[in-house]
Design a protein around this ligand. Sequence first.
Ligand code: TXA
Ligand code: MG
Length: 305
Amino acid sequence: MIVPPSEEAISEAVKLLQEGSVIGLPTETVYGLAASIYSDDGLKKIYSLKKRPKSNPLIVHTHSVDGVLSVGEPRSSKFFLSLSEFWPGALTLVIPAKSNLSPLITAGHESVAVRIPAHPVALTLLDELGSPVAAPSANKSTAVSPTEAIHVIEELGENIFVIDGGPCSVGLESTIISLLEETPKILRHGGIPAEEIAEKLSIPLKSLLSEGKGKAPGQEKLHYAPKTPLSILPKDFSPSGNIGILTFTMSPPKGVKSKRIDNPKHFYVTLREFDKLGLDRIYIEEPKDSGLGRALRERIHKASH
Ligand code: TXA
Ligand code: MG
């Protein structure tokens, strides 16, 4: 059920969360499937609805730095304080978890991933609830992330109470940074480009990008993938047959179904659109390795099959 973001809808969502239900939560990155961090029933529903492996921990969302400090304890206040300037925003920090946090959130790790989202509806809801929620992207495990309320219903069914916050303004998941080591490491590229983060921290980009000990547990295998097989568009490709072509910089070729993605925020919605065309394969131009191009590349590589 999709409801407009009225005061009544937010109160209803708060009630559902308190009762141990899940809701579709608009954020600026992608829509989340949210449950109260204090409801193991709600948290279990997230795993079962998404068909998510129990080994893949959940991101916590809260409306204030105090909320962040209620679930985790950053070791280095220097990096934490600089990075918290990106909040509210598309940045998730992995910090040591408070020991009383549900293992359904941490998946048994000693760390927690947490962010303050920049969507007014999410912030109002979190404020009214008065405590954090856990919210992975509201798609089936390995599938394309939802950037509009209707996508949540398409992924998870009519029964989910989804607050319509409009199309996501960033349209790519948050950047995840681990603060578990001496220097910050990027675990997942996302809505805030690595270059901006390196600049804020006054550390070399190379250090931020270099592989740390930890990886985001859910980032290894097939991910973000449409049902239609997806491949990187080869150089000098002559398109023919029942295929689709998506580009970022090149003009889309004639003769086959094709489209240029003019803005990273339209990446997922365009994949979703092309996935409905009954194509044999979708080919996609590989974006450049800088700025939001890094987040797009990472997703395309994991979605290719
Ligand atoms: O933008 C976002 O981050 C969206 C919106 C809804 O906020 N959420 C999102 O959640 O992308 P999800 O579950 O689709 O991706 C979260 C990623 C997963 O790959 C998970 O493995 C990783 O974060 N993660 C969660 N807790 C972690 C932890 N303690 N250490 C390392 N990675 C963690
Ligand atoms: Mg996801």
